[in-house]
Design a protein around this ligand. Structure first.
Ligand SMILES: NC(=O)c1ccc[n+]([C@@H]2O[C@H](COP(=O)([O-])OP(=O)(O)OC[C@H]3O[C@@H](n4cnc5c(N)ncnc54)[C@H](OP(=O)(O)O)[C@@H]3O)[C@@H](O)[C@H]2O)c1
Length: 257
C-alpha cells in the first residue's frame, strides 16, 4: 500500500456526499488537502473539523468548476508548494431532473453538461500540465453506472457520464508516458444530497429513490477512491464499478416493501 502522508490531494465538490467523505478519508491518512465547492461555509466548517480531528493542512476556497476563468484563478492563487498536486479527485457533479428527453428542462441539461463534462475538462486541463512536468500524478474521476448503461428519463446525465468515461479513457492514453495514473470510480445508488439536487429539493421524491433497499453510502465510495490512490506505483486501477448489493445494474433493483 502506497502512503498518502504529505501527498497533496485536490478534491472538487468536497462540501457534501462523496467528496466530503473522500476529504475525511484522505485527511485521516495524512494527506494535505485542497478542497473546493461553490458554497464556502460548509468547506470552512470541514476544514476546521479536519484540522481538529487529524491536524490536517487544508487549503479551501469556493470554486465553480463551470467557469474556466475562476478555475485558472483558483489554481494560480495556490501557494507554489500547493500547486504540486499529487492526486486530483474530479468529484463535483450533479443530476438535474428525471424526465423523458422530449419533455425535459433544457436549463438542467446545460447545468449537467457544464459541470460533469466541461467542469472536469477545465480542472483537468489546469492541473494535469503540472503533473506532466513533474512526471508524477494520479487523476481519479467520479463516473457512474450511468456512464455504462443509459437508463430512461436520464438521457443527459447518462450522456454526461458516458462522456466522462471517454475523457478518462483518452486521458489515460495521453499520459501513458508521463508516469500519471488515471482511474474512474463508478458507483450505482449512493445516498447523498444527489437525489435532493436532482429533484430540485423535493425530499419525498429523493427519499423514494432509496426506498426498500440499502443504498451505498459516501464512505463506501471514499474507500474505493482510497484503494485506487494507495496502489503501488506500478499498478493502476482503470475502473471500479460499485453497486449496492440490492442493485444489479442501472435497471434492476430489489426492493423490500
Ligand atoms: N449519489 C449517487 O448516487 C451517485 C452515483 C454515481 C455517481 N455519482 C457522482 O458522484 C459525484 C458526487 O456526488 P454526490 O453523490 O456526493 O452528490 P452531492 O452530495 O450533491 O455532492 C455534490 C458536490 O458537488 C459540488 N458541486 C456541484 N456543482 C458544482 C460546481 N458547479 N462547481 C463546484 N462544485 C460543485 C457540490 O457543492 P456546491 O453545491 O456547494 O457547489 C457538492 O459538494 C458526482 O459527480 C455524481 O455524479 C453520484
Amino acid at each position: 500500500m502506497e502512503s498518502l502522508k504529505g501527498k497533496i490531494v485536490f478534491i472538487t465538490g468536497a462540501s457534501s456526499g462523496i467528496g466530503k467523505a473522500c476529504a475525511e478519508s484522505f485527511a485521516s491518512l495524512g494527506a494535505k488537502l485542497i478542497i473546493s465547492s461553490r458554497g464556502f461555509d460548509k468547506l470552512e466548517h470541514l476544514a476546521v473539523e479536519l484540522k481538529e480531528k487529524y491536524n490536517s493542512e487544508v487549503h479551501y476556497a469556493s470554486l465553480d468548476v463551470r467557469d474556466i476563468k475562476s478555475v485558472q484563478k483558483f489554481y494560480n492563487a495556490l501557494p507554489d508548494d500547493w500547486k504540486r498536486i499529487d492526486i486530483l479527485v474530479n468529484n463535483a457533479g450533479l443530476a438535474r431532473g428525471f424526465n423523458k428527453l422530449y419533455e425535459d428542462d433544457i436549463a438542467g441539461w446545460e447545468e449537467m453538461i457544464d459541470t460533469n463534462v466541461k467542469g472536469v475538462l477545465y480542472i483537468t486541463r489546469t492541473v494535469v500540465p503540472g503533473m506532466v512536468e513533474r512526471e508524477s500524478g494520479h487523476v481519479i474521476n467520479l463516473g457512474s453506472i450511468a456512464g455504462h448503461q443509459a437508463y430512461p428519463k436520464g438521457a443527459v446525465y447518462c450522456a454526461s457520464k458516458h462522456a466522462l468515461d471517454a475523457i478518462t479513457n483518452s486521458l489515460r492514453q495521453d499520459v501513458i508516458d508521463k508516469n500519471i495514473r488515471v482511474s474512474t470510480v463508478d458507483p450505482g445508488m449512493v445516498e447523498t444530497n444527489f437525489s435532493n439536487i436532482r429533484f430540485y429539493g423535493d425530499e419525498e421524491k429523493a427519499k423514494n429513490v432509496y426506498k426498500g433497499l440499502t443504498p451505498l453510502f459516501a464512505g463506501d465510495i471514499a474507500d474505493a477512491v482510497i484503494y485506487c490512490a494507495t496502489r503501488p506505483p506500478h499498478a493502476n486501477i482503470n475502473e471500479m464499478v460499485i453497486m449496492p448489493s440490492a442493485q444489479a445494474n442501472s435497471y434492476v433493483n430489489y426492493r423490500k416493501n
